[in-house]
Design a protein around this ligand. Structure first.
Ligand code: ARG
Length: 460
């Protein structure tokens, strides 16, 4: 029972079913590195307050190093009687050091230990995810740069709306992802506080210094309240929120790749290495990777909802429900670790079809807004211009032509201001390049936007 950190006050050990419910080594072993870092800091604090002498500190740190070496080789000997990673490590230390191993628990609790471990883990996870996001942003920016003046249809409601540059469309995702990176950085910044010294919930009588732990573990500051420190998981919820929003953005991009790759759209081909075949239909070239990116978003959103639901209704301070915090966090981050590089590769592998994109960019009366805005420029109130052009569209539709196929006389009949000069505006390239404000789709604007995007990616 050495892997269980309690027992003295009980006459029997735990029931088998109760034990199986509570054991967490299967998943919390992932925190070994953080747990050992916390233990090193704690050993140093115990030395400072005189609980460990210099020799004991040296032997303790040495044992912690040997313990780490076992984990690195995936050879740490977990026992079925170990309740959690903290209990397993203490049991191992006692086997290794004798009674000295039992000194490390003074002044701390698994309640502050686990909060510390998960904060450290989340801190690294945020850094890692931000750099994976940056790689995807770079792949999108590369594609934007490689297709800088290519026309594409811009959609609302998946109905053609106005022509855009393909690069403008791709860069939209770079900015979405940039806010995702920002959210991860914000979450990291807020969770960067040390909880050790909180003990079970109230602090300790031993004179342990919270600031010393923060210093040792590289936390930016200490938490202000020991009860908040052991009870709160909003730091993990913020990481999960950032993960969920990111996963949803990736899902939207995945959905677009799926659409672009259909023969109906035919805008892009996914590279061989990111496509899959069919076990029965020899001709198939399926965008499974993009579909999985879309599908995996569900479990990341689920992880957020799961932890929100766990935390809701918990009274102060620590409650064992909080043990349910780890798996959603590990799963969400682990999922994004898979998804982000796969999406980066998929984006880099895309081959776009210039002809089909250009043809689609003009279809569906996509220049109707340009016509209406030209009328505005000629003094017509927009309300009237909208009606007039709507009628022009209706006429063109009844002849089975687009706006540029309409007889100029019919344009003029709709409104005297619709002269031949206006008809010359019915060109997607002109339509794109006239939208030349900083956020618009004009080639010069998009070139400047691309430069700003590159700068934003560089700091991620
Ligand atoms: N394994 C627990 C967790 O993950 C920490 C143990 C705290 N248990 C307790 N009975 N105080 O949150």
């Amino acid at each position: 029972d050495a892997g269980r950190l309690w027992g003295g006050r009980f006459t029997t050990g735990p029931d088998e079913a109760a034990w199986r419910l509570g054991v967490s080594t299967a998943f919390d072993r992932a925190l070994w590195r953080q747990d050992l870092a916390g233990s090193r800091a704690h050993a140093a604090e115990l030395h400072r307050i005189g609980v460990l002498d210099a020799d004991e500190l040296a032997r303790m740190l040495d044992a912690l190093d040997r313990c780490a070496a076992l984990f690195v080789r995936d050879a740490f000997p977990f026992l079925p009687t170990d309740e959690d990673v903290h209990g397993a490590i203490e049991r191992w230390l006692v086997e290794d050091l004798g009674p000295l191993g039992g000194k490390l628990r003074a002044g701390r609790s698994r309640n502050d230990q686990i909060a510390n471990d998960l904060r450290l883990w989340c801190r690294d996870a945020c850094d890692e995810l931000v750099s994976l996001v940056a790689a995807l942003q770079a792949a999108l920016a590369d594609q934007a740069e490689a297709h800088l003046d290519w026309l594409a249809p811009g959609y609302t409601h998946v109905q053609r709306g106005q022509p855009v540059l393909l690069s403008h469309h791709l860069l939209a995702y770079v900015w979405m992802l940039d806010r995702d990176a920002g959210r991860l950085r914000d979450a990291r910044e807020r969770l960067d506080a040390s909880v050790l010294g909180s003990g079970a919930l109230a602090g300790t009588t031993l004179g342990l210094d919270p600031a010393a732990y923060a210093e040792h573990l590289g936390f930016a500051r200490v938490t202000e309240n020991s009860m908040d420190a052991v009870a709160s998981r909003d730091f993990a919820l913020e990481v999960l929120s950032a993960c969920a929003i990111l996963a949803v953005h990736l899902s939207r991009l995945g959905e677009e790749v799926v659409l672009w790759a259909t023969s109906e759209f035919g805008f892009a081909t996914v590279g061989d290495a990111f496509s899959t075949g069919s076990s029965i239909m020899p001709q198939k070239r399926n965008p499974d990777v993009a579909e999985l990116v879309r599908g995996k978003a569900g479990r990341v959103v689920g992880a957020l909802v799961s932890l929100l639901t766990t935390v809701k209704g918990l009274p102060m301070a620590y409650d064992r429900d909080l043990q349910e915090d780890k798996e959603p966090v590990f799963d969400a981050v682990g999922t994004l670790r898979l998804v982000l590089p796969a999406m980066t590769g998929t984006v880099a592998s895309l081959t776009f079809d210039r002809q089909r994109l250009a043809a689609a960019s003009v279809g569906g009366f996509a220049l109707a807004t340009d016509l209406a805005e030209e009328l505005v420029r000629r003094g017509v109130p927009f309300r009237e211009a909208h009606e007039v052009v709507g009628e022009v569209v209706r006429r063109a539709e009844s002849h089975g032509v687009d706006l540029d196929g309409l007889d100029p006389r019919e344009l003029a009949a709709a409104h005297p201001a619709l002269d031949t000069e206006v008809a010359a505006l019915l060109d997607p390239r002109r339509a794109v390049d006239r939208r030349d404000s900083s956020l618009g789709t004009a080639t010069a604007s998009v070139r400047a936007q691309l430069a700003r995007a590159r700068e934003a990616v560089a700091v991620n």
